[in-house]
Design a protein around this ligand. Structure first.
Ligand SMILES: Cc1cc2nc3c(=O)[nH]c(=O)nc-3n(C[C@H](O)[C@H](O)[C@H](O)COP(=O)(O)OP(=O)(O)OC[C@H]3O[C@@H](n4cnc5c(N)ncnc54)[C@H](O)[C@@H]3O)c2cc1C
Ligand SMILES: NC(=O)c1ccc[n+]([C@@H]2O[C@H](COP(=O)([O-])OP(=O)(O)OC[C@H]3O[C@@H](n4cnc5c(N)ncnc54)[C@H](O)[C@@H]3O)[C@@H](O)[C@H]2O)c1
Length: 517
């Protein structure tokens, strides 16, 4: 049988320690941050603000760094912002005591309080914050037809493949898959999900039903995506990531470019999506391997054998439901593997089952003077009842900022309370061109069976779901411009008994903002 499915959850192989460097730049140790994504840059900015006289060194493998712009505090925990790529100079100009070094960290000796880089330099630190993000968790590694999406480079690679694509298989049912399925045009999509409804990372079945009509509806003018997605870059470069390159860029931010659509080969092809429910990829076969099986590949559902575009696909995907599809390539939108590789030389770090560096409620790792923030870490403190980690920009920003406060407080021997943002899960985003707000235990996470739901839905306009337990709001899903997020955030946080209001709570004729103001 062909390439067996190997889910690569193992952290990248740990290379031997680089030779001890004698290139110790003459510098006083200070705060060192590894990673120029949102977590690392926010940490550097906050350190600069809190400790402007101390040296802060940001080591980043990506030439451009990510920073937060147009920050808007929508509610007490809910925030919106844009993400922009900036030159390192911009950060250094804004924060004079921050120095950004474009380099790749190879290892750290936490006993000596030193970080070593690929080009043989040593950076001593008093406090270190690891913000190295993550990489796509691919369903199978080293298969040129199976790609992940993480940063600008991988998007360019994706775009190149898209240009001539007639059919792609998307695996996964989370953020990236939801966005791609909506954005891809002129190309057939086979969407393979493990679940019985779409988008279950974010939505329950009800909300999934709300979106289904948008799966195949063409994007007529008015519902063209307002926010161009993160998957388009204006310049297309011929160099796809070199083999062996780990995706060293920062994870994508919202579309910072007004770019092309993700057009496949067939402009005129309708937006055709076939969802294959409750299945996984069993095998990915080359054309030769497929031919040897003697099997017949499926036509795109609804097309006859004669209409089938062709049957000489470069790659074939066998699903666990025994359906076999040919396609041009596979997008493995199947989550993130934290990039901890350079730090696991010493086994002092406690690593969580998802591969992240465990951090406590002060963003401390298990190693003295070493902190972590963003996708690379796994929150390992007892969380507030309505908060949980999800690897998102907002949480990367919040963790980066809070880690900086903890680093300074610990250095000065001061106490510090956890930021409010860790009291309540709050996420605002867009899917299928609708505003989406997710609050608290929005899918009744961890509530067992002891909860009730209130729903309000206007087809094509809005979908409101409230999760209640003992009359108290635990979470909410808001789809569309409901303007309920601030009120609901307060109701979740203040734990008010709402049972007297019953279904009136969602009565569209009652202006509950005033009611609970
Ligand atoms: C396609 C895609 C779409 C997304 N869309 C959304 C969204 O709509 N909303 C949302 O909230 N979240 C979204 N996310 C998630 C979000 O991008 C991440 O959670 C967030 O950016 C993580 O930030 P970070 O700083 O932890 O990591 P990253 O942004 O990955 O940054 C890691 C940094 O560390 C550097 N680095 C890594 N290893 C080394 C090393 N050894 N030495 C030196 N530097 C190193 C990298 O170069 C990079 O600069 C999306 C993610 C992807 C992949
Ligand atoms: N708008 C947004 O909020 C948004 C958009 C894109 C990405 N993101 C974030 O970026 C990160 C990466 O996105 P993502 O979509 O890769 O991750 P994700 O965690 O959102 O979704 C991963 C999906 O893949 C599924 N999966 C995992 N292993 C699988 C396997 N072997 N076979 C089939 N399915 C499998 C999971 O069940 C899940 O449905 C996530 O943290 C996500 O939250 C957020």
């Amino acid at each position: 049988m062909a390439a067996s499915r190997e889910v690569c959850e193992k952290v990248e192989d740990i290379a031997p320690l680089p030779p001890r460097s004698d290139q110790r730049r003459d510098r006083t140790a200070g705060f060192v941050i590894v990673g120029g994504g949102i977590a690392g840059v926010t940490c550097a900015e906050q350190l600069s603000a809190l400790s402007p006289d101390d040296p802060v060194t940001l080591l980043s493998a990506s030439p451009l760094i990510k920073s937060v712009t147009n920050f808007r505090q929508v509610g007490r925990a809910l925030e919106e912002f844009d993400v922009e790529e900036k030159t390192t100079g911009a950060l250094q100009k804004a924060c004079p005591n921050v120095r950004v070094v474009h380099t790749q960290v190879r290892a750290a000796d936490t006993d000596k309080h030193e970080v070593y880089t690929e080009d043989g330099e040593t950076f001593p630190y008093t406090k270190l914050c690891i913000c190295t993000g993550g990489q796509p968790k691919l369903i199978t590694k080293d298969n040129p037809y199976v790609i992940g999406i993480r940063d600008t480079e991988t998007v360019q690679h994706f775009q190149q493949k898209m240009a001539n694509a007639r059919r792609v298989v998307i695996v996964g049912n989370g953020g990236i898959a939801l966005e791609l399925v909506y954005e891809i045009e002129g190309c057939e999509v086979i969407w393979a999900i493990k679940d019985d409804s779409i988008g279950n990372t974010f939505f329950d079945r009800g909300a999934a039903e709300f979106f289904l009509p948008h799966l195949t509806a063409g994007k007529c003018e008015e519902n063209k995506p307002l926010k161009r997605l993160k998957y388009t870059v204006t310049e297309s470069s011929s160099d796809s990531p070199k083999k062996g390159d780990t995706a060293m860029g920062g994870a994508l931010g919202p579309d910072w470019k007004d770019g092309w659509r993700m057009k496949g080969k067939h402009d005129q092809a309708a937006h055709r999506v076939q969802v294959e429910y409750q299945c996984e990829v069993q095998e990915v076969l080359t054309r030769e391997e497929f031919t040897r099986t003697g099997q017949t590949a499926e036509c795109f559902p609804g097309t006859s054998r004669a209409e089938e575009q062709n049957d000489d696909w470069p790659v074939y995907v066998l699903l666990t439901n025994k359906r076999l599809y040919g396609c041009d390539f596979v997008v493995s939108a199947t989550g993130v593997v934290p990039s901890t590789g350079p730090f696991l030389h010493n086994d002092q770090f406690s690593v969580a089952p998802d591969g992240g560096l465990r951090v406590d409620d002060h963003m401390h790792t298990s190693v003295p003077d070493v902190y972590a923030a963003g996708d690379v870490c796994t929150a390992s403190w007892e969380p507030a009842p309505q908060w949980f980690q999800m690897r998102l920009w907002s949480q990367a920003r919040q963790m980066g900022s809070y880690a900086a406060k903890c680093m300074v407080a610990d250095r000065d021997g001061e106490d510090i309370d956890m930021d409010f943002c860790f009291e309540l899960f709050a996420h605002v985003t867009k899917f299928f061109n609708y505003k989406i707000v997710l609050l608290g235990r929005y899918n009744a996470q961890g509530l067992g069976k002891d909860y009730e739901l209130l729903l309000r839905c206007t087809k094509g306009l809005e979908y409101v779901k409230v999760v209640l337990q003992a009359g108290r709001m635990q979470g909410a899903v808001l789809i569309g411009d409901t303007d309920l997020e601030e009120t609901f955030e307060n109701l979740i946080v203040n734990g008010m008994d709402l049972s007297p209001y019953g279904e009136d709570l969602l009565d569209p004729n009652i202006d509950i903002e005033d009611y609970f103001d």
